[in-house]
Design a protein around this ligand. Structure first.
Ligand SMILES: CC(C)(COP(=O)(O)OP(=O)(O)OC[C@H]1O[C@@H](n2cnc3c(N)ncnc32)[C@H](O)[C@@H]1OP(=O)(O)O)[C@@H](O)C(=O)NCCC(=O)NCCS
Length: 378
């Protein structure tokens, strides 16, 4: 049956899913039917991860068990730490994360994806261990020892502790947790689709997550938050914004952290993140990057008026992480450690009615070309 070719599969449904939904015209994002604004106001990352993975909010007992299961699986084996020690310290943390996650699959018997119990423990391990891997790499590459997790700290506080050996400023845990909620899931994006293609072969979940991490790395996807902060630092002062943006757009360059395939209004996540920025700066002192970011948004609105291009999730998140003294190249790994719950939610959903992805193509090459022997070629 002939089909129209849709570059980037724009508008082509790749799955039926009940995990999340976006209304790009109204700027509404729901996880399992609940708006992200409500989740940020009332939930935690771990509770939201449970909601995404299993379709409903946990009751008190289930939530306690889920938190304990996560807490008991945060450590990574010495062999994984040793493996990371062998990687070049100047390499990108996303590559280290991808390598470590792929290696995790060699240590855990997650290969039979028809085993529901085993799938639960794979999800627990992946949600629990990604922050440990990110923090471990952040320390090892500077010649510091990895710091084991602390059981008295919550998910987000513990991440900061594993990075710096001190628990964070009291409000940072809450603000960071909201950032993780906002990055946890976003319908059929490039990395989720990549994970599902891998999952459709019935590969184990570690391989599914490792392939999704590869797709998330690119600057058109999760890599944009890193590029945003580099751009804001390059601009340097609010006064230089109009000239820089004008020149940038005249040269037909895209503004990182702006635009979205689905949203035609400001990304609801960017609105919440901007509020989180303001809360953070109110409590911990402002950041020069925020003033530049607000100016960039104003200038872009002026110049891109009518094109439906507004800040996306990557625009303000980097400003928050920068204020929390997190190194710029760790921003995309932070995205991955949140998004792993969304990837795995889609993986579990797809396993219930799996079909191997095997799309078609429109062949645009030759037929019947003769083979020319090497010594007769021009
Ligand atoms: C996310 C993104 C890939 C979606 O783009 P898309 O739906 O494929 O849209 P296109 O790239 O085809 O762009 C459509 C038009 O908007 C413009 N546009 C889109 N994003 C833009 C941006 N960030 N800055 C300037 N112009 C942009 C394009 O130049 C194009 O203009 P034209 O019609 O005059 O040629 C794109 O907006 C982008 O590259 N953004 C920057 C990277 C980023 O922040 N990614 C994170 C996404 S959460």
């Amino acid at each position: 049956m002939p089909h129209d070719f849709m570059p980037g599969l724009a508008g082509v449904p790749a799955a039926k899913s009940a995990v999340s939904d976006v209304d790009g015209e109204r700027g509404v994002l729901v996880y399992r039917g609940i708006r992200v604004e409500e989740l940020c106001a009332s939930s935690s990352y771990l509770e939201t991860a449970y909601l995404l993975l299993f379709g409903q909010l946990p009751n008190r007992d289930t939530f306690t068990r889920w938190q304990q299961d996560i807490m008991h699986h945060r450590r990574v084996k010495y062999s994984i730490v040793d493996l990371m020690k062998c990687l070049p310290e100047q390499g990108h943390p996303m590559d280290a994360l991808q390598a470590a996650v792929a290696a995790l699959g060699m240590f855990y018997p997650g290969r039979n994806v028809k085993d529901v119990e085993n799938n639960y423990w794979s999800a627990v391990r992946l949600v629990a261990k990604l922050p440990t891997i990110v923090a471990t790499w952040a320390r090892l590459r500077h010649g510091n020892d990895a710091i084991p997790p602390r059981d008295d700290l919550g998910f987000s506080e513990n991440f900061f502790y594993m990075l710096t050996e001190t628990p964070p400023h009291p409000s940072w845990g809450e603000i960071f947790d909201d950032c993780l909620i906002l990055h946890a899931e976003h319908t059929m994006n490039a990395s989720t689709f990549t994970g599902l293609v891998t999952a459709s072969t019935l590969a184990d979940p570690y391989t599914v997550v490792a392939s999704a991490i590869g797709a998330l790395k690119g600057p058109l996807h999760g890599g944009a938050n890193e590029e945003v902060v580099l751009m804001l630092k390059e601009i340097g002062t609010p006064e230089r914004v109009p000239g820089y943006i004008d020149e940038h757009l005249k040269n037909k360059k895209k503004l990182m952290g702006f635009g979205h395939r689905v949203y035609k209004v400001k990304d609801p996540r960017a609105i919440i993140l901007q509020r989180l920025c303001e809360r953070l700066f109110h409590e911990c002192g402002t950041s020069p990057l925020y003033d530049i970011a607000v100016k960039v948004e104003q200038a872009a609105e002026e110049l891109l008026k009518g094109k439906g291009i507004y800040p996306n999730v990557d625009f303000y998140s980097g400003v928050i992480y920068d204020k929390m003294a997190i190194e710029t190249d760790l921003f995309t790994p932070l995205f991955a450690m949140a998004r792993v719950s969304g990837w795995l939610a889609h993986w579990l959903e797809q396993l219930r009615e799996n079909k191997l992805f095997r799309p078609d193509q429109i062949y645009a090459g030759d037929h019947n070309r003769p083979y020319v022997p090497l010594d007769q070629r021009a």
